[in-house]
Design a protein around this ligand. Structure first.
Ligand code: KG4
Ligand code: ZN
Length: 493
């Protein structure tokens, strides 16, 4: 494993940035040293064997008026293109450094999700490859810009889905191919137009997008980041300075939502979370009893694997014992749309009970995290929630109560900025670019066997020492130095 200092030494071998150095460069910060990773063949961006149809939806910013007269490139505000291909969606956005969202485009793999109940990494890579050019072009067109108007390109380079990495650690890179689609596109643009490039930590982007929507959000703050692949509680002391208060020891909450939705036969086109949220409104959350995970562990870590098992057993027991509801289905044999009234109600009860306990687990961990974080940083005023699951209204209202009870304020980005998007990547790029943290433009023609720096196992920050838990054994193999330690090392140079 490369230590942060070895990492920094390697950086010295790379060429200096040739652009913007006078205006923006304070610390030179390389996100793309050739430390690890895989080789991408030049054919990967053109692979299009899958017949899946992909829906493209684009969102335009409210302040479109200004776009009639786009300001020239070198005004006070700079403009960053953000590219995101780390999960199921292919997303790109153009954002101005004053926080103005000039365009946002998301192409979803909803059809693949519905058809297969999840997306395998190879399938995801193909789907991303099919639409990446179109998504980026649409983001530029909607912003009334060309690549020449950009100041820099930001792209997500890690971390991967914790589940994939846990299950198949020996060839984790294979589960990371879809990241490479975005990175390849970002490097092509940056290379051709001599633009600096910024490598982005996906979870940092989920957190920092809250500073775009809430202009008063100053460091330090607490962030609960809840998505399909990650469950993180962090103390954000400053830009790039994070302390990890808790993480999941197995599955993330979004994964539990998705599996529960699948087992209940729900429509997965908008992913499992929104389907459970809807159905839960019809159910009685107290009618099925599930136990709250990790009660005996007085820390801020999470676990959702056990709750998933409880849900599966509850569904199976309903099926076996018939419970007076008629035949109850598991494994989506009968879709909810064809279920009888009683069957629907039984499923709604499970959805509501699952959601209540899943969120109670978040509430308990947040309560403790607030106490820990305030000990380190008494000036904290905000707790932010972000990531796909944070778009859930029940989650928001329950956490709002916890946060208010502790004298803090809850900040939630709007739902379309909570789920994966290019805006959060562009904005995080803007935040780091301002501090001079970026890589120089790559060469216009990259060698075919060029090795990209992708980071499947990349912590945001170091673990809070007092919060270490026996329940979590950290596998250190191929663990990348944390973002915080890299930034600290580079600023000490
Ligand atoms: O952040 P995200 O878009 O992608 C990842 O980084 O994983 O999060 C996706 C997750 C999925 O598991 C999805 O089911 C969940 O967020 N999600 C929700 C809701 N909307 C999306 N979960 C609960 N309620 C929602 N309304
Ligand atoms: Zn995400």
């Amino acid at each position: 494993m490369a230590s942060p200092s070895a990492f920094s030494r390697l950086n010295l071998l790379l060429p200096k940035p040739s652009l913007f150095a006078a205006n923006f460069r304070r610390t030179q910060f390389h996100f793309f040293p050739t430390l690890s990773s895989r080789t991408i063949s030049s054919s990967s961006s053109s692979s299009s064997s899958s017949s899946s149809s992909l829906t493209c939806s684009s969102y335009s910013n409210s302040s479109m008026k200004e776009l009639q007269n786009p300001t020239p490139k070198r005004d006070n505000h700079f403009v960053v293109l953000g590219i995101e291909t780390s999960c199921d969606d292919t997303a790109a956005a153009v954002v101005r450094s004053n926080g103005e969202i000039l365009s946002q485009v998301v192409s979803s793999q909803a059809d693949l999700l519905t058809k297969y109940g999840g997306v395998a990494p190879k399938m995801a890579e193909e789907a991303h490859s099919q639409v990446i050019d179109q998504v980026v072009q649409e983001a530029l067109d909607n912003a009334y810009m060309t690549e020449k108007d950009l100041t820099a390109v930001a792209v997500t380079i890690g971390p991967g889905l914790s589940l994939c990495l846990r299950v198949l650690p020996w060839n984790a890179q294979q589960f990371f191919l879809h990241y490479a689609v975005g990175v390849q596109k970002a490097r092509q643009i940056a290379g051709s137009f001599k633009l600096p490039i910024i490598g982005i930590h996906h979870m940092e982007a989920h957190a920092l997008v809250a500073r775009l929507t809430e202009k008063d959000l100053q460091f330090p703050f607490i962030a609960l980041l809840i998505s399909g692949g990650h469950n993180l509680l962090i103390l954000a002391r400053d830009l790039g300075q994070y302390v990890q208060l808790g993480t999941t020891i197995d599955d993330a909450i979004g994964e539990a939502y998705d599996k529960t939705a699948k087992w209940l036969g729900l429509d997965l086109r908008r992913s499992g979370g929104p389907a459970i949220e809807e159905l839960a409104k019809e159910g009685n959350a107290k009618s099925v009893s599930f136990s709250v995970p990790m009660k005996q562990h007085k820390d801020c870590n999470f676990s959702y694997a056990g709750l998933k098992t409880q849900v599966r057993l509850a569904i199976e027991s309903k099926k076996m014992y018939d419970m007076g509801y008629g035949l109850f289905c598991s494994d989506a044999n009968i879709p909810i749309s064809s279920a009888s009234k009683e069957d629907r109600l039984a499923r709604a009860d499970i959805a509501a009970a699952f959601q209540r306990i899943a969120v109670l687990h978040l509430e308990e961990r947040c309560e403790r995290a607030i106490q820990w974080a305030l000990k380190m940083e008494p000036s904290i005023r905000h707790l932010i929630i972000s990531g796909g699951v944070a778009s859930n209204h029940y989650v928001r209202s329950r956490l709002d109560m916890v946060v208010k009870k502790n004298g803090l304020q809850l900040v939630c980005p709007p739902p379309r900025l909570c789920t994966d998007n290019g805006v959060m990547v562009a904005w995080t790029g803007i935040e780091h670019f301002r501090m001079g943290r970026y890589d120089p433009p790559p060469p216009a023609e990259e060698p075919e066997n060029f090795v990209y720096d992708l980071r499947p196992r990349w912590p945001l920050g170091e673990e809070y020492a007092e919060g270490r838990s026996d329940a979590r054994s950290i596998r250190r193999a191929r663990l990348h130095p944390s973002l915080t330690s890299i930034i600290q090392a580079s600023s000490q140079q």
